[in-house]
Design a protein around this ligand. Structure first.
Ligand SMILES: NC(=O)c1ccc[n+]([C@@H]2O[C@H](COP(=O)([O-])OP(=O)(O)OC[C@H]3O[C@@H](n4cnc5c(N)ncnc54)[C@H](O)[C@@H]3O)[C@@H](O)[C@H]2O)c1
Length: 94
């Protein structure tokens, strides 16, 4: 196990889902949770559409670890990868 940016622990086999607050990312994260996998979400939570809807999606899993990061911010992105070292990245941010 490794410390997660969210303060908890994530397994070394964790998935990083970008765009996790979005329509597709939410469903991918839920499938992974249902499979018993560790999920770190990354999303800037932009206002392209209702931010409240996105926040509600993220609140549905108590064990969920989220990073509110803009992928355009290379330093912030690098920090997440350094701290989490995900085994897989599912890139859905758009
Ligand atoms: N929804 C569909 O029917 C559909 C169909 C085919 C393909 N896709 C593709 O799947 C992907 C996801 O689509 P979606 O419908 O879930 O979109 P969405 O807009 O619901 O979700 C995208 C998420 O990415 C986040 N995001 C955007 N820019 C970001 C950045 N710079 N850093 C971090 N996060 C950022 C947004 O805040 C948003 O929550 C897109 O590439 C889309 O083209 C979607």
């Amino acid at each position: 196990m490794a410390p997660s940016p969210g303060g908890g622990e994530v397994g070394l086999d964790a998935h990083l889902v970008t765009g996790a607050a979005g329509l597709i990312g939410q469903h991918v994260a839920e499938r992974l949770f249902a499979h018993g996998d560790d999920v770190i979400g990354l999303d800037v939570t932009n206002d392209y559409y209702d931010v409240g809807l996105k926040e509600a999606r993220l609140a549905r899993h108590p064990g969920y670890r989220h990073e509110r990061v803009d992928l355009a911010d290379g330093a912030a992105e690098a920090r997440v990868f350094d701290e989490v070292a995900p085994a897989r990245v599912i890139h859905l941010a758009a």
